[in-house]
Design a protein around this ligand. Structure first.
Ligand code: ADP
Ligand code: ZN
Ligand code: ZN
Length: 745
């Protein structure tokens, strides 16, 4: 017999990056496991919840307190997930408690949300009921109700029972009080799909390319050798049928008794996406995303926890769905930057999917029309297997025709560049006339970029952040896109009183207004985070667009991804240059290429050939050119050489250490002290940029400094930084690490 554990290491919900030792009482020693949620005494008589993360034979601490009990709230986790969280705490340099907390949705963690219940009614035993009816022959209502119940011994809800018996609730209450009718509470799910019935669909006959991809995947699922890669990169152009490949792979996994997780970027987690999975797998599916109410989220998570579903579809955090027989993780649009979490743990779900897959021996499929440079490089060097879908599933549906318009040639006599080229306006008119639809894309919300005074040079800046405010016309406000501060927009320059004050640049709101003037009578809607403040608005606008109630949809990246509208035959990109030349953003080219390809992919998905028009002042930029030619291969070849030369990822890891606080001198001093502490472990091949003010120096009143490290082996450095952060207090200064940061900013 195995030795029973004597001492458990547990993590409390603190941020100390340390576990505590507790004695395991004999009555639970046989039952306790890693991952279990337990109650422990902590501080003055209080009990707190904690996760068991390991066991020990001895402890350096004398007189250990004992664990009180195992929580009965059904939130214990598989030990593989506990292991994953420890890995993340290490790699992303965050407290272990933070990493464990991240495994559970807030709604489950808080312990406040409970299973929803409904009262069900049953007859007491038959003798009692018969006796009662004989004793009360004149009570017609009560007798009728009891007769109905005797026919439904498996129980009924009050609503159903009263309807069938045709009597009032008072009758039921009386019978309950006389114990002739008994009640029982039953758990019911809060169903986020209530009323949304979907028609079942059958697997589609795979195209030759899909068949080849599925063949490779089947081999990986069933005959993979231990030293063989467990990751498949599925590179398929937009509309090539990647989703169909996921669906058939999931079916294969379920058949073999396995479970699957599908990650999609939050923004593409629309009803349309979910329905594609529901129509194939029905109730075997749980959906996890931020649009759910706490109660729904709790129920969806519990369905996984209790083994009632085999598939979880969701945004980033669905990666931690507590499956015990995980066989597949799909990361759709694997290049998407929303997979990187911006708070601790600052993990990238794409990368952690690969790690979880490794830990649990599950296959990982990374899918994209525009794979990240990292993933494609891994495929080229053989670390990942590669499957390609080069054609749309129906080869007669061609990739859209893309035109690049040089906006410098569109300027008027005085050198002013208009918002829209003649070509774009003509193309939209054409679509309106033909009853087809257009999408107009701009990567910036608001009306105008900033408010400035040509007389004195004044620019309206945020009081708390070192950025210019953005003008929003509808609300006549200036808002800060960093901290959310808002003020009303002035009519005259607050500095010199000039009436010449101007709004420069353009945003989605301004485009909408200009469009309404140009295309009189057209039905136009705008989708950005200013207008789409609730998920229901988002679904509503999309539904109107799908039905053909709108001619033109204007939006930010919210509309760039995943939408599949067959009647959209034109996509206009207002300003493709935006963000191309941000200093410190070494992925600017990659992001521009991805975004343009994604947006273009919205055109011509039905039978009619799509057209895309890209307005730019940098027509020879290679990201724009390669996107226009749908040429990922050439884009990658050029980009990877550049990265190699500059030693950027994937040739090095980027690690940022952020420092922030209200007093800039104190922040810098803390930063310098930390640097001195870690300097001895920095290897000679690691590039170091000493702590310097961040490009946006101040956000929300806090000064920010960043130190940058680039290298191939940063494990030693990570450990040293983490120990420097957690081994002492840094009053007034927050320090955190952003490992594999997406940019240098
Ligand atoms: P992707 O995910 O690569 O953008 P989708 O999976 O959305 O592509 O496929 C685009 C369209 O093609 C969808 O309407 C889908 O139903 C259809 N489709 C995909 N594969 C097939 C197939 N083998 N036979 C018929 N239609 C298919
Ligand atoms: Zn002025
Ligand atoms: Zn601000």
């Amino acid at each position: 017999m195995k030795n029973l554990p004597k001492i458990a290491k547990v993590l409390l919900d603190l941020s100390l990056d340390r576990s505590f030792d507790y004695a395991v009482p004999p009555d639970i020693a046989g039952e306790i496991r890693v991952g279990m949620h337990v109650m422990v005494p902590f501080g003055k008589g209080a009990e707190r919840a904690a996760f068991v993360v390991g066991f020990a034979e001895t402890s350096p601490f004398p007189n250990l307190k004992a664990i009180c009990s195992i929580c009965q709230d059904n939130t214990s986790l598989p030990d593989s997930l506990i292991r994953l969280s420890e890995w993340m705490a290490d790699y992303y340099c965050c407290a272990r408690e933070t990493a464990v907390r991240n495994l559970l949705p807030g709604a489950v963690r808080s312990g406040k949300v409970k299973q929803k219940t409904e009262t069900w009614y049953f007859p007491a035993d038959r003798d009692t009921v018969n006796r009662y009816m004989l004793d009360n022959p004149k009570a017609q209502g009560r007798c009728a109700l009891l007769k109905v119940l005797l026919r439904n011994t498996r129980g009924m809800s009050a609503e159903q029972l009263l309807r069938e018996a045709g009597c009032s609730v008072g009758v039921l209450k009386k019978l309950v009080s006389e114990k002739v009718v008994v009640t029982e509470e039953r758990g019911v799910d809060r169903d986020p799909f209530k009323g949304a019935d979907v028609l079942p669909t059958q697997p589609k006959e795979p195209s030759p390319e899909q068949a080849a991809a599925l063949e490779l995947i089947r081999h990986k699922l069933h005959d993979r050798k231990p030293d063989e890669s467990h990751v498949v990169l599925l590179h398929g152009v937009t509309g090539s049928g990647k989703t169909e490949v996921y669906l058939q792979t999931i079916a294969e996994v379920l058949k073999a008794g396995g479970e699957a997780i599908v990650l999609v970027p939050e923004i593409s987690l629309t009803q349309q996406t979910v329905e594609r999975f529901r129509s194939r797998f029905g109730d075997q599916l749980s959906v996890l995303h931020s649009g759910l109410s706490d109660g729904e989220r709790y129920d969806e998570w519990m369905k996984v926890q209790n083994g009632r579903v085999k598939i979880a579809v969701g945004a980033r955090s669905a990666l931690f769905a507590p499956f015990r027989h995980l066989a597949l993780i799909v990361v759709d649009e694997e290049h998407d930057s929303s997979y990187k979490q911006s708070e601790a743990p600052r993990y990238n779900a794409r990368d952690i999917a690969v790690v979880r897959g490794k830990f649990e021996n599950a296959l990982v499929i990374l899918g994209s029309a525009t794979p990240s440079v990292e993933s494609y490089y891994n495929a080229e060097t053989g670390k990942y297997a590669l499957a390609k879908l080069t054609q749309r599933h129906d080869p007669s549906i061609l990739m859209p025709e893309v035109t690049i318009t040089d906006m410098r040639l569109e300027s008027d006599g005085e050198g002013r560049i208009p918002f829209f080229s003649k070509g774009l306006i003509d193309a939209v008119w054409d679509r309106i006339r033909r009853g087809e639809q257009s999408i107009i894309f701009l990567n910036r919300r608001g009306y105008a970029r900033q408010l400035s005074c040509p007389a004195c040079g004044y620019i309206a800046m945020c009081q708390e952040c070192s950025v210019a405010l953005t003008y929003h016309k509808r609300s006549e406000t200036l808002t800060c896109h960093f901290c959310g501060a808002a003020m009303s927009a002035p009519e005259v320059c607050p500095l010199c009183g000039s009436h010449e004050i101007r709004y420069q640049g353009n945003g989605t709101e301004r485009i909408e207004n200009t469009f309404k003037e140009i295309f009189k009578g057209a039905r136009i809607a705008r989708m950005d985070s200013d207008t789409m403040t609730r998920p229901s608005l988002y679904e509503k606008t999309l539904a109107a667009f799908r039905k053909g109630d709108l001619d033109i949809l204007i939006g930010t990246q919210m509309i760039a991804k995943g939408l599949d509208f067959p009647n959209v035959t034109f996509v206009g990109v207002v300003n493709a240059d935006m963000g191309l030349y941000t200093p410190g953003d070494f992925r600017a080219q990659e992001h521009a290429f991805q975004l343009l390809t994604q947006v273009s992919g919205r055109a011509g998905r039905g039978g009619i050939h799509g057209e895309v028009l890209i307005q730019t002042c940098a027509p020879f930029n290679s990201a724009i050119q390669f996107a226009a030619e749908h040429d990922y291969g050439s884009f990658f070849a050029e980009e990877i050489e550049l990265r190699r030369e500059l030693e950027y990822p994937p040739f090095n890891h980027v690690m940022l250490v952020h420092f922030r606080g209200a007093d800039p001198e104190q922040v810098l001093l803390t930063a310098k002290k930390l640097m001195e502490k870690i300097r001895p472990v920095i290897t000679p091949d690691t590039k170091v940029t000493e702590p310097a003010p961040a490009p946006v120096e101040r956000i929300g009143g806090k000064y920010r400094f960043i130190a940058l490290f680039m290298g191939t082996k940063l494990a030693g450095l990570r450990r040293a930084v983490k120990s420097a952060i957690y081994s002492e207090k840094h009053p007034g200064v927050d320090i955190y690490v952003d490992m594999d940061a997406l940019s240098f900013l």
